[in-house]
Design a binder for this molecule. Structure first.
Ligand code: UDP
Length: 248
Protein backbone atom coordinates (compact mmCIF):
# COMPACT_ATOMS: atom_id res chain seq x y z
CA UNK A 1 0.00 0.00 0.00
CA UNK A 2 1.58 3.31 -1.01
CA UNK A 3 0.92 6.06 1.53
CA UNK A 4 0.98 9.82 1.39
CA UNK A 5 1.90 11.06 4.84
CA UNK A 6 2.91 14.20 6.68
CA UNK A 7 5.35 13.92 9.56
CA UNK A 8 4.12 15.84 12.61
CA UNK A 9 6.64 15.96 15.47
CA UNK A 10 8.00 12.61 14.33
CA UNK A 11 4.64 10.87 13.82
CA UNK A 12 3.55 9.97 10.28
CA UNK A 13 -0.04 11.03 9.71
CA UNK A 14 -1.86 9.81 6.60
CA UNK A 15 -3.02 12.47 4.23
CA UNK A 16 -6.39 11.05 3.27
CA UNK A 17 -10.03 12.00 3.04
CA UNK A 18 -12.59 10.37 5.29
CA UNK A 19 -13.89 8.26 2.38
CA UNK A 20 -10.33 7.27 1.50
CA UNK A 21 -9.74 6.13 5.08
CA UNK A 22 -12.93 4.04 5.06
CA UNK A 23 -11.96 2.42 1.76
CA UNK A 24 -8.43 1.66 2.98
CA UNK A 25 -9.75 0.25 6.27
CA UNK A 26 -12.14 -1.99 4.34
CA UNK A 27 -9.23 -3.22 2.24
CA UNK A 28 -7.26 -4.00 5.41
CA UNK A 29 -10.25 -5.93 6.78
CA UNK A 30 -10.04 -8.33 3.89
CA UNK A 31 -6.24 -8.62 3.98
CA UNK A 32 -4.63 -11.53 5.84
CA UNK A 33 -2.42 -10.72 8.83
CA UNK A 34 -3.11 -8.13 11.52
CA UNK A 35 -3.30 -4.56 10.24
CA UNK A 36 -3.50 -1.63 12.65
CA UNK A 37 -5.15 1.77 12.59
CA UNK A 38 -4.48 4.50 15.15
CA UNK A 39 -6.11 7.90 15.35
CA UNK A 40 -3.64 10.39 16.88
CA UNK A 41 -4.82 13.72 18.24
CA UNK A 42 -2.41 16.44 19.48
CA UNK A 43 -2.31 14.86 22.95
CA UNK A 44 -1.26 11.48 21.51
CA UNK A 45 1.37 13.08 19.26
CA UNK A 46 2.80 14.93 22.27
CA UNK A 47 2.85 11.63 24.16
CA UNK A 48 4.80 10.02 21.30
CA UNK A 49 7.26 12.92 21.33
CA UNK A 50 8.25 11.95 24.87
CA UNK A 51 7.84 8.19 24.48
CA UNK A 52 9.93 6.57 21.74
CA UNK A 53 8.11 3.23 21.99
CA UNK A 54 4.79 4.96 21.39
CA UNK A 55 6.27 6.81 18.42
CA UNK A 56 7.59 3.55 16.97
CA UNK A 57 4.19 1.88 17.44
CA UNK A 58 2.32 4.73 15.75
CA UNK A 59 4.78 4.77 12.88
CA UNK A 60 4.43 1.04 12.33
CA UNK A 61 0.64 1.33 11.84
CA UNK A 62 -1.01 0.79 8.48
CA UNK A 63 -2.91 4.05 8.91
CA UNK A 64 -2.66 6.95 11.37
CA UNK A 65 -5.57 9.30 10.77
CA UNK A 66 -5.63 13.00 11.72
CA UNK A 67 -8.05 12.86 14.64
CA UNK A 68 -8.43 16.38 15.90
CA UNK A 69 -8.53 19.75 14.24
CA UNK A 70 -5.18 20.54 15.87
CA UNK A 71 -3.53 17.86 13.74
CA UNK A 72 -5.18 19.26 10.59
CA UNK A 73 -3.89 22.78 11.41
CA UNK A 74 -0.43 21.41 12.19
CA UNK A 75 -0.28 19.77 8.74
CA UNK A 76 -1.18 23.14 7.20
CA UNK A 77 1.53 24.93 9.15
CA UNK A 78 4.01 22.30 7.95
CA UNK A 79 2.80 22.98 4.37
CA UNK A 80 1.64 19.44 3.77
CA UNK A 81 -2.07 19.86 4.51
CA UNK A 82 -4.15 16.74 5.09
CA UNK A 83 -7.51 17.05 3.31
CA UNK A 84 -9.68 16.78 6.41
CA UNK A 85 -10.07 15.47 9.93
CA UNK A 86 -10.74 11.73 10.16
CA UNK A 87 -12.09 11.01 13.64
CA UNK A 88 -11.73 7.48 14.97
CA UNK A 89 -15.36 7.39 16.11
CA UNK A 90 -16.67 8.34 12.66
CA UNK A 91 -14.40 5.82 10.98
CA UNK A 92 -15.71 3.07 13.28
CA UNK A 93 -19.34 4.04 12.47
CA UNK A 94 -18.67 3.87 8.71
CA UNK A 95 -17.00 0.46 9.06
CA UNK A 96 -19.82 -0.93 11.22
CA UNK A 97 -22.36 0.23 8.65
CA UNK A 98 -20.58 -1.77 5.97
CA UNK A 99 -19.93 -4.76 8.22
CA UNK A 100 -23.65 -5.04 8.96
CA UNK A 101 -23.90 -6.18 5.34
CA UNK A 102 -20.84 -8.43 5.19
CA UNK A 103 -21.62 -9.99 8.62
CA UNK A 104 -17.90 -10.12 9.47
CA UNK A 105 -17.36 -10.38 13.24
CA UNK A 106 -16.52 -7.43 15.49
CA UNK A 107 -15.02 -7.69 19.00
CA UNK A 108 -15.41 -4.81 21.48
CA UNK A 109 -12.58 -4.51 24.01
CA UNK A 110 -12.28 -1.82 26.65
CA UNK A 111 -14.15 0.60 28.94
CA UNK A 112 -15.56 -0.10 32.38
CA UNK A 113 -17.30 -3.44 33.10
CA UNK A 114 -20.71 -3.52 31.44
CA UNK A 115 -20.10 -0.63 29.04
CA UNK A 116 -19.04 -2.80 26.06
CA UNK A 117 -22.25 -4.86 26.44
CA UNK A 118 -24.41 -1.73 26.36
CA UNK A 119 -22.40 -0.48 23.36
CA UNK A 120 -23.01 -3.85 21.66
CA UNK A 121 -26.78 -3.52 22.16
CA UNK A 122 -26.74 0.05 20.83
CA UNK A 123 -24.68 -0.98 17.79
CA UNK A 124 -27.10 -3.84 17.05
CA UNK A 125 -29.96 -1.36 17.18
CA UNK A 126 -28.21 1.19 14.96
CA UNK A 127 -26.71 -1.29 12.46
CA UNK A 128 -29.20 -4.15 12.02
CA UNK A 129 -27.36 -7.30 10.99
CA UNK A 130 -24.07 -6.31 12.65
CA UNK A 131 -22.25 -9.35 13.99
CA UNK A 132 -20.69 -8.43 17.38
CA UNK A 133 -19.01 -11.68 18.36
CA UNK A 134 -17.60 -10.73 21.77
CA UNK A 135 -16.98 -8.09 24.41
CA UNK A 136 -14.40 -7.61 27.15
CA UNK A 137 -14.01 -4.78 29.63
CA UNK A 138 -10.72 -2.90 29.84
CA UNK A 139 -9.78 -3.33 33.51
CA UNK A 140 -7.60 -6.43 33.63
CA UNK A 141 -4.42 -7.63 35.31
CA UNK A 142 -1.28 -8.31 33.26
CA UNK A 143 -1.75 -12.04 34.00
CA UNK A 144 -5.18 -11.94 32.38
CA UNK A 145 -3.93 -10.64 29.03
CA UNK A 146 -3.30 -14.03 27.42
CA UNK A 147 -6.86 -15.10 28.24
CA UNK A 148 -8.17 -11.94 26.59
CA UNK A 149 -6.16 -12.72 23.44
CA UNK A 150 -7.59 -16.26 23.49
CA UNK A 151 -11.14 -14.95 23.91
CA UNK A 152 -10.70 -12.56 20.97
CA UNK A 153 -9.23 -15.27 18.74
CA UNK A 154 -11.90 -17.83 19.64
CA UNK A 155 -14.61 -15.29 18.77
CA UNK A 156 -13.49 -15.35 15.12
CA UNK A 157 -13.65 -11.53 14.94
CA UNK A 158 -12.18 -9.78 11.92
CA UNK A 159 -12.33 -6.30 13.46
CA UNK A 160 -11.05 -5.60 16.97
CA UNK A 161 -11.89 -2.26 18.55
CA UNK A 162 -9.51 -1.56 21.45
CA UNK A 163 -10.78 1.23 23.70
CA UNK A 164 -8.33 1.53 26.60
CA UNK A 165 -7.33 5.17 26.07
CA UNK A 166 -3.89 6.24 24.75
CA UNK A 167 -1.16 5.08 25.00
CA UNK A 168 -2.46 1.91 26.68
CA UNK A 169 -4.51 0.74 23.68
CA UNK A 170 -1.69 1.27 21.14
CA UNK A 171 0.79 -0.55 23.40
CA UNK A 172 -1.64 -3.41 24.03
CA UNK A 173 -2.18 -3.91 20.30
CA UNK A 174 1.56 -3.78 19.56
CA UNK A 175 2.35 -6.24 22.37
CA UNK A 176 -0.19 -8.84 21.23
CA UNK A 177 -0.27 -8.24 17.49
CA UNK A 178 1.66 -11.40 16.61
CA UNK A 179 -0.73 -13.61 18.59
CA UNK A 180 -3.98 -12.07 17.39
CA UNK A 181 -5.99 -13.64 14.57
CA UNK A 182 -8.06 -10.58 13.67
CA UNK A 183 -7.52 -8.77 10.36
CA UNK A 184 -7.75 -5.26 11.70
CA UNK A 185 -7.13 -3.83 15.19
CA UNK A 186 -8.02 -0.21 15.88
CA UNK A 187 -7.17 1.90 18.93
CA UNK A 188 -10.25 4.09 19.32
CA UNK A 189 -10.29 5.52 22.87
CA UNK A 190 -13.69 6.52 24.17
CA UNK A 191 -15.73 5.01 21.29
CA UNK A 192 -17.51 2.42 23.45
CA UNK A 193 -18.37 5.08 26.06
CA UNK A 194 -19.97 7.20 23.34
CA UNK A 195 -21.98 4.27 21.93
CA UNK A 196 -23.11 3.24 25.40
CA UNK A 197 -24.13 6.81 26.25
CA UNK A 198 -21.58 7.06 29.11
CA UNK A 199 -19.89 9.92 27.24
CA UNK A 200 -21.48 12.26 24.72
CA UNK A 201 -20.08 13.46 21.46
CA UNK A 202 -20.15 17.21 20.97
CA UNK A 203 -23.26 18.65 19.28
CA UNK A 204 -22.90 19.24 15.53
CA UNK A 205 -22.43 23.00 15.95
CA UNK A 206 -19.28 22.46 18.07
CA UNK A 207 -17.95 20.00 15.48
CA UNK A 208 -18.67 22.46 12.63
CA UNK A 209 -16.89 25.26 14.46
CA UNK A 210 -13.94 22.95 15.22
CA UNK A 211 -14.65 23.38 18.93
CA UNK A 212 -15.21 19.75 19.88
CA UNK A 213 -12.23 19.94 22.25
CA UNK A 214 -13.83 22.93 24.08
CA UNK A 215 -17.07 20.96 24.51
CA UNK A 216 -15.15 18.06 26.04
CA UNK A 217 -13.54 20.40 28.59
CA UNK A 218 -16.90 22.01 29.39
CA UNK A 219 -18.51 18.61 29.98
CA UNK A 220 -15.58 17.25 31.92
CA UNK A 221 -13.40 19.98 33.51
CA UNK A 222 -11.08 17.30 34.93
CA UNK A 223 -9.79 16.86 31.35
CA UNK A 224 -8.40 20.40 31.41
CA UNK A 225 -4.98 19.17 32.50
CA UNK A 226 -4.81 16.86 29.48
CA UNK A 227 -5.69 19.70 27.11
CA UNK A 228 -2.69 21.61 28.38
CA UNK A 229 -0.89 19.52 25.74
CA UNK A 230 -2.59 21.64 23.03
CA UNK A 231 -0.65 24.92 23.37
CA UNK A 232 2.54 22.90 23.83
CA UNK A 233 1.72 20.99 20.67
CA UNK A 234 1.12 24.24 18.74
CA UNK A 235 4.40 25.66 20.01
CA UNK A 236 6.35 22.54 19.03
CA UNK A 237 4.82 22.48 15.54
CA UNK A 238 5.62 26.17 14.98
CA UNK A 239 9.16 25.53 16.24
CA UNK A 240 9.56 22.57 13.90
CA UNK A 241 8.29 24.63 10.98
CA UNK A 242 10.71 27.46 11.74
CA UNK A 243 13.53 24.93 11.96
CA UNK A 244 12.57 23.45 8.58
CA UNK A 245 12.37 26.86 6.94
CA UNK A 246 15.74 27.72 8.37
CA UNK A 247 17.28 24.56 6.88
CA UNK A 248 15.87 25.25 3.38
N1 UDP B 1 -9.99 2.47 29.90
C1 UDP B 1 -9.91 1.10 30.03
N2 UDP B 1 -8.90 0.58 30.77
C2 UDP B 1 -7.98 1.35 31.39
C3 UDP B 1 -8.06 2.76 31.23
C4 UDP B 1 -9.08 3.29 30.47
O1 UDP B 1 -10.71 0.36 29.48
O2 UDP B 1 -7.11 0.79 32.06
C5 UDP B 1 -11.08 3.03 29.09
C6 UDP B 1 -11.95 4.06 29.79
O3 UDP B 1 -12.89 3.41 30.62
C7 UDP B 1 -12.59 4.72 28.59
C8 UDP B 1 -11.55 4.56 27.49
O4 UDP B 1 -10.55 3.73 28.02
O5 UDP B 1 -13.73 4.01 28.21
C9 UDP B 1 -10.99 5.84 26.93
O6 UDP B 1 -10.65 6.67 27.97
P1 UDP B 1 -10.36 8.21 27.71
O7 UDP B 1 -11.62 8.91 27.39
O8 UDP B 1 -9.55 8.65 28.86
O9 UDP B 1 -9.42 8.09 26.42
P2 UDP B 1 -9.17 9.02 25.16
O10 UDP B 1 -10.05 8.49 24.07
O11 UDP B 1 -9.47 10.43 25.55
O12 UDP B 1 -7.73 8.74 24.92
Amino acid sequence: MSRKTVEILGVNIDSMTFDGAVETAQGLLSTDGVSTIFTPNPEIIMCAKEDSLMKEILNSADICTADGIGVVYASKILKKPVPERVAGFDLVCALLERMAETKEGVFLFGAKPGVADVAKAKMEEKYPGINIVGTQHGYFSPEGEEDIVKKINESGAKLLLVCLGAPKQEKWIAKHKEKLNVNLAMGVGGTLDVFAGVAKRAPEIFVKLNLEWAYRILKNPSRLGRFAALPKFAFEVLKENTGKNYKQ
